[in-house]
Design a protein around this ligand. Structure first.
Ligand code: FES
Ligand code: FES
Length: 159
């Protein structure tokens, strides 16, 4: 371990993990490079696009802005932790609605929408748009993404 690194222990997708990180390592970098969970994407790396969205202690966060050392003792859910062996109804709905174009934004969208539906099981369309406002889709698929979330809203189907 380098002198500047420290060991942190956190729960990622239900599994307890101990990782050595430097003070400047972000949560996104740690998850992608140390834990080899590459579903969360890095795009802007400055909190503007939501491609890196993870759920940290119940709240969606831009993991590119969170320092890994700050997550010691925390619980993190990444896109790999959603759905287990199969897809959730929300993920199925993204497919059914044709909401996936290039797909780059979709992990962050699914994580953000999952957190939204846990917080508001029956969101209005404006609440869905507001809840996903931090997630950018360069393909412009907002209408279908919103429709996909609305299609499962009501039964807390994303959990
Ligand atoms: S990569 Fe984190 S918000 Fe864009
Ligand atoms: S589907 Fe391409 S960026 Fe959203």
């Amino acid at each position: 371990m380098s002198p500047t690194e420290s060991a942190i222990t956190l729960t990622v997708n239900g599994a307890r993990r101990t990782v050595r990180v430097s003070p400047s390592t972000t949560l996104l970098e740690m998850v992608r490079t140390r834990l080899e969970l590459t579903g969360s994407k890095e795009c802007c790396a400055e909190g503007e696009c939501g491609a890196c969205t993870m759920i940290l202690d119940g709240e969606p966060v831009n993991s590119c802005l969170v320092l890994a050392v700050e997550t010691d003792g925390s619980e993190v859910t990444t896109i790999e932790g959603i759905g287990g062996a199969g897809m959730t109804p929300l993920q199925e709905s993204f497919l059914t609605a044709g909401a996936i174009q290039c797909g780059f934004c979709i992990p962050g969208m699914v994580v953000a929408a999952t957190a939204l539906l846990e917080r508001i099981p029956r969101p209005t369309e404006s609440e869905v748009r507001e809840g996903l406002s931090g997630n950018l889709c360069r393909c412009g698929g907002y209408s279908r993404i919103s429709a996909a979330v609305m299609a499962v809203a009501g039964g807390n189907a994303a959990t």
